[in-house]
Design a protein. Structure first.
Lengths: 288, 266
């Protein structure tokens, strides 16, 4: 009975946090939410795998179209041990991940200064803004042929394609982060005698850091979704190449295994970046 | 008490207008060691005037000089305490306080020694390595004050520094700023709309009226000095002389034609 009253009180969107009691309740509630949130997510995944197993074991869909989860796992170990298309799974994986990391590192090195310039300087904004907004919505597959015509089919073209997808989100987030710097903070630095450069280094960059990291997260997502397109360009290694090649030979279990690998790696990196963001910008979400 | 009367800060014929005229021909001198409080209702241009002194904005006419030097922009010779939320959250408390010294290129060990001194002065010793969000509103303002003091400015500028604090904390902060003023001997220029606070703190009280912002009266007071000499705040604030001046300042604003006008029609 009292349990019910407590629950209904907690269900209100904003319980009055005027007493420590209420705050304690809120904290307990969010911990429960966190646990039950994970529990629900895990259950969802297990149920989907269960339905998948059931469909394949009952033979409702042919293995050519949908292999069983067990077959996918077996294929994963098979490719890990014996490789596919003259390369081990690890080689395919490192080929892809190094393309993405190279693209992200180069894109960050260029996009963060460009974003800063756009956010600070109206002339830089007038120069770069139309360029970036013009190419940003174009799907990479649309300009892929042009890249091949211009730069050939080498490694450079692959990294360039991913780079272009990663670049725009980082620029846009950095510029937004710079524009949203609290003007009081800039005045603080000015009143302490800061030069223009010192204001950028001590106030603007740290203020914009959470947005820059968000930009890198979004950019990485865009990078992964461009990976398969990039590995359409005469690749002999890479997870994207492996998926395409396997699909041409109707090795469906390897296609699914490749998709799952990309999903898991991208998810792991995303979680890692979120942790990094929390670590580097712990003031976010604090009442300041 | 003062040995030499030198005008440190000199405001001459300052006028400014944006949509409407906000300051009309304001002239004012601050002598060494004074605690000057600008008091007036919102719209009287007191914050604009402070921003001109800080150098964040430029007046449209007139000039402001500090030690004979024309103010053309912000600088570390004027320490500014903002209303709130002016600490940088990615720095801990001592790093915030030492920021001005860091910008001047002073070595870490020296600036930390200096930062610890001023933190002790504002009763924040022991909070050096706390995060900004771990401090209460009053503590944050004390840290802001320490930051402004650390670079050893010639004058302290404070824009409603206690405006966002609760009444209890505000009383403590008033006592603290008087202690700091007494110990450092620095000139203070403080803007507030809290009349009791203004009368209590000011050695020179400047009354301003709005539309356009003008100085209407200037009073020399000694309540702050009495507090520094050991009298208690409650004793001073209940002193008939204090009440008389407070009521005088209040009546000044509430019989002022412009205020009455606004009260009737807005």
């Amino acid at each position: 009975m009292s349990e019910n009253i407590l629950n209904s009180a907690n269900n209100k969107i904003a319980p009055e946090p005027s007493t420590t009691h209420a705050i304690a309740n809120q904290t307990t509630k969010s911990i429960i939410n966190l646990r039950s949130g994970f529990f629900i997510s895990a259950t969802t995944v297990i149920v989907i795998i269960g339905i998948w197993s059931l469909i394949t074991s009952l033979g409702l869909i042919e293995a050519l179209y949908l292999p069983s989860p067990l077959a996918v796992v077996q294929k994963f170990f098979d490719v890990t041990a014996n490789g596919y298309a003259d390369a081990t799974l690890w080689q395919h994986f490192t080929a892809s991940i190094s393309r993405i990391f190279m693209a992200v590192i180069i894109a960050s090195a260029i996009a963060i200064p460009v974003g800063l310039a756009i956010g600070i300087n109206p002339i830089a904004r007038a120069i770069f803004d139309p360029l970036i907004e013009f190419y940003r919505p174009v799907p990479p597959l649309a300009y892929l042929p042009l890249i091949v015509i211009w730069f050939g089919i080498g490694e450079f073209s692959k990294v360039l394609l991913i780079y272009l997808a990663v670049f725009a989100p980082i620029v846009v987030s950095t510029a937004a982060g710079v524009r949203h710097v609290d003007p009081i903070r800039i005045r603080v630095a000015q009143s302490l005698g800061a030069s223009r450069w010192q204001i950028i280094r001590h106030v603007i960059l740290p203020s914009a850091l959470p947005d820059i990291l968000t930009g890198i997260r979004i950019g990485l997502g865009a990078g992964w979704s461009t990976l398969v397109a990039a590995e359409l360009i005469a690749a002999t290694q890479g997870i994207g190449f492996m998926i395409q090649s396997a699909s041409q030979f109707l090795v469906t279990d390897l296609v699914i295994a490749g998709i799952l690998i990309i999903a898991l790696v991208a998810y792991a990196i995303e979680i890692g970046l979120r942790v990094l963001q929390k670590h580097l910008a712990p003031w976010r979400g604090q009442i300041n | 008490m003062k040995n030499i009367i030198v005008s440190k800060l000199s405001i001459k014929n300052v006028s400014a207008s944006y949509k409407t005229q906000i300051l009309d021909n304001v002239s004012f001198d601050v002598s060494a060691g004074e605690f000057v409080v600008f008091v007036g209702p919102s719209g009287c241009g007191k914050t604009s005037l402070l921003n001109f002194v800080a150098g964040f904005n430029q007046p449209h006419s007139g000039s402001i000089t500090l030690d004979g030097k024309l103010i053309t922009g912000p600088g570390s010779d004027r320490g500014v305490v903002f209303q709130q939320d002016a600490l940088l959250p990615w720095l801990n408390i001592i790093e915030n306080v030492a920021l001005g010294l860091e910008l001047q290129g002073i070595p870490r060990a020296d600036r930390e020694t200096r930062a610890k001194e001023v933190l002790a002065l504002v009763d924040l010793a022991g909070f050096e390595h706390h995060k900004v969000w771990e401090l209460s509103g009053g503590m944050k303002q004390r840290a802001s004050l320490a930051r402004a003091l650390a670079a050893n400015p010639q004058i302290l500028l404070m824009d409603e520094p206690f405006g966002a604090l609760d009444a209890f904390t505000r009383e403590q902060m008033q006592a603290l700023i008087l202690k700091v003023w007494h110990k450092t001997g620095k000139e203070v220029l403080l803007v507030t709309h809290d009349i009791e606070e203004a009368v209590f703190l000011a050695s020179e009280l400047v009354l301003m009226t709005p539309r356009p912002g003008r100085i209407v009266e200037r009073l020399s007071l000694d309540f702050g000095r009495r507090f520094s000499q050991g009298e208690s705040a409650r004793q001073i604030k209940s002193d008939p002389k204090f009440i008389e001046i407070r009521e005088y300042v209040l009546s000044h604003f509430f019989t002022n034609r412009e205020i009455v006008h606004e009260r009737e029609y807005s």
